[in-house]
Design a binder for this molecule. Sequence first.
Ligand SMILES: O=C(O)CCC(=O)C(=O)O
Length: 267
Amino acid sequence: MNLKDYNKNGFLIARQAMPVEHIRTLQSEVRRVFELQLEKTVSDKDIFELYERDFTTYMACTKACNNLFSLYALCTHPVIHELLRQIGYQIPSISAKPYLHFSSRHLAATHNFYWKTNPHQDWAAQRGSLDSVVVWFPVCPFGKDMGYLEVAPGSHKKGLRNHVETGPTFELDHCDEEFISVPMQMGDVLIFSSLLVHRSGNNTSEKIRFAANFRYDNVAEPTFVERQFPQPFCYVRTVPEIENGFPSVKLIEKVFKEDEHLVEMFE
Ligand SMILES: O=C(O)CCC(=O)C(=O)O
């Protein structure tokens, strides 16, 4: 990694740094989540159709995807740990739950956030360590028509700008930055300062553009320590509804049936 370039531009791309087979595991588990709900093999078109027909199930699937072990494994992957170490992190921490961005105009009926973000700095919402970063990478084959992420080189050095809330998200109230598009392939990893102004490119394709989005703080950054490690998100307990009488003892017995193979494995 060239730290001088990173400090100057506010971003770096580590080409072919993330093992593609780990990304493929996530890709196939995401598909599987939708297949378990829809009880069939699922294409992007089926996901668009689900979004239109049954938004609740669509959201349930995307939330399940965001809790996948394979997504968390990528978020704590040694490749990212090393990149963070190289930009000077002594103690990395995760400042927001990792998430997978499902981007398509066909998944954007309610708000275009589901499709693309307008110019913004993530620091405006996170307010973590001054050297906090976003790690972003494709979780499907990317082409130009899928809209690469766009960044404004050097914009991180101009400080925090004013943002306005727009629905579930926020954007710069005024933007005169020049953007460049960042072409990336599966396996490439983009790391950028949370103060860097960036926005989504246009996905004009008929495919869903899946991208992983991870955010990190450096616990040892002096102002982060002084501000007592601010956390942007809070965890709220909700109790999912269940039908009366669920789960029956019979069902539970089925879950905990004796399985010789399992017993052997753990003995
Ligand atoms: O994936 C994208 O297109 C946008 C991601 C982004 O801007 C963000 O999450 O801050």
